[in-house]
Design a protein around this ligand. Structure first.
Ligand code: PGA
Length: 252
């Protein structure tokens, strides 16, 4: 059975004190929620990972980073390596987010290297994919996602792909208040699972966790998460308030 996940992508938000408060509120609330075969992941900015990891030791959530650089160490001013993340007990790392593709020109090939670097150090990549609006309007959304997966993930072995979480995030839905309909999400998630089945095996496809992201909130999470191939969500804006985030977790 695949793991169902709600992950909070805080992006570049919160001061240290605010982050501490939010993490504590979420940790306290999670104490009362049964999480069988379900996982909650908090992805705060790098600066707060250590604090989050300390709280996570006694709490019901895991910690993820929002980015990494694909080298163990060296002269890469301003960057953070998977080795460093691993040393803080960070178990997940978001890669391929559309904001990084857009503002930092991250290529498919660069993301393939990040994937390899993370897996080498036992960190699970949360690999984001998804089309922009003109691509959907032109009917190219399936091809766009196929290319993203093929060029950044499909060099992996069957065992390695089993250690990846995929997040389908249509770019037109991110931070816009316009979520994909449950039908649109299900259609793409089923397509992604089919691609994994064709490249690897039906068993591997059945076990891979595929999250939906893009204006997922406390109101629409129930319906989105009830779709057969939607295994949870990657949550941006709605992860910044404990009450909203916890409400989404209870929809898992
Ligand atoms: P959003 O962001 O929930 O604010 O739309 C999701 C994401 O960017 O991961």
């Amino acid at each position: 059975m695949r793991t169902r996940i709600v992950a909070g992508n805080w992006k570049m938000n919160k001061t240290f004190k605010e982050a501490e408060k939010l993490i504590t509120e979420i940790a306290d609330a999670l104490d009362d929620i049964p999480l069988d075969n379900k996982e909650v992941i908090l992805c705060p900015p790098y600066l707060y990972l250590e604090m989050a990891a300390d709280v996570a030791e006694e709490a019901n959530f895991s910690v993820g980073a929002q980015n990494c650089y694909p080298a163990d160490c060296g002269a890469y001013t301003g960057e953070t390596s998977p080795v460093m993340l691993q040393s803080l007990h960070v178990d997940y790392c978001i890669i391929g987010h559309s904001e990084r593709r857009k503002y930092f020109n991250e290529s498919h090939e660069f993301l393939a290297r990040k994937t390899d670097a993370l897996l080498k150090h036992g960190i699970c990549p949360i690999f984001c994919c998804g089309e922009v609006l003109p691509e959907r309007e032109a009917g190219n959304h399936f091809d766009v996602v196929k290319k993203q997966l093929t060029e950044s993930l499909f060099h992996l072995s069957e065992e390695e792909i089993g250690n990846i979480v995929i997040a389908y995030e249509p770019v037109w839905a991110i931070g816009t208040g316009v979520n994909a309909t449950p039908g649109q999400a299900q259609e793409m998630h089923a397509y992604i699972r089919q691609l994994v089945a064709e490249k690897y095996s039906p068993g591997t496809a059945e076990n891979i966790t595929i999250l939906y992201g893009g204006s997922c909130n406390a109101k629409n999470a129930d319906e989105l998460f009830s779709q057969k191939d939607v295994d949870g969500g990657l949550i941006g804006g709605a992860s910044l308030k404990a009450e909203d985030f916890i409400s989404i977790v209870t929809s898992l």
